[in-house]
Design a protein around this ligand. Structure first.
Ligand code: E4P
Length: 215
């Protein structure tokens, strides 16, 4: 299972990278705005921190403009993946960019049928948003399991990138389902390392060690 970090904060990305948690990066306009830096500058810097895919999202909503923007983004670095919102124009753009060998990530996917359409258009990755579905009282991970099933039924090459991850439980379910990738906020990555019994065990080993040294 590949881990992407869902961040436009280069310090966070560096820290996660040191820990072996970065197979790629996803950004979105909100995360870029939060970084307070220019879109181009931050994406180019992130692309140097990893050899994995780095998703950069288009802002246009018309197919031709999305294609133009996507082509420009793809020139920023060889590992840029063009992130396109799920909509009819988006599917036209995905088909055109795919035909030109440019990788795409279809974002804001909230249903199995949207994921099926993204795969049919040739998307490299599809991003089902689980946390935002949970927020409105729906089972986000159920949707992911159905997307995985549908892709398997028809041998689609599109990778399932679980997005809007809010907790380690989302990741555990995604891993058990065999999702290809999860994109994870750094804070959630850090939550996953800890366990009260691990902390207690470390404390006990150290205290036993120190007792033995003082004898
Ligand atoms: C995915 O690529 C998105 O950037 C992200 O996962 C959105 O998550 P959110 O619902 O926490 O904003």
């Amino acid at each position: 299972m590949k881990f992407f970090i869902d961040s436009a904060d280069v310090n966070e990305i560096k820290q996660a990278n040191e820990r072996g948690w970065v197979d790629g990066v996803t950004t979105n306009p909100t995360l870029i705005a939060k970084s307070g830096r220019s879109f181009e500058e931050v994406i180019k810097e992130i692309c140097k921190l990893t050899t994995g895919p780095v998703s950069a999202e288009v802002i246009s909503l018309k197919a031709d403009e999305m294609v133009k923007e996507g082509k420009a983004l793809a020139k920023w670095a060889s590992n840029v993946v063009v992130k396109i919102p799920m909509c009819e124009d988006g599917m036209i753009a995905v088909k055109k960019l795919t035909a030109e060998g440019i990788k795409t990530n279809v974002t804001l996917v909230f249903s199995v049928m949207q994921a099926l359409l993204a795969a049919k258009a040739g998307a490299t990755m599809v991003s089902p948003f689980v946390g935002r579905l949970d927020d409105i009282g729906t089972d986000g991970m159920m949707m992911v399991s159905e997307v995985i099933q549908v892709y398997r039924n028809y041998d689609f090459a599109t990778e399932v990138l679980v997005a809007s991850v809010r907790s380690p439980m989302h990741l555990q379910s995604a891993a058990l389902m065999g999702a290809d990738i999860a994109t994870i906020p750094f804070k959630v990555m850090q939550t996953m390392t800890g366990h009260p019994l691990t902390s207690k065990g470390i404390e006990m080993f150290l205290s036993d060690w120190n007792k033995a040294q003082s004898k």
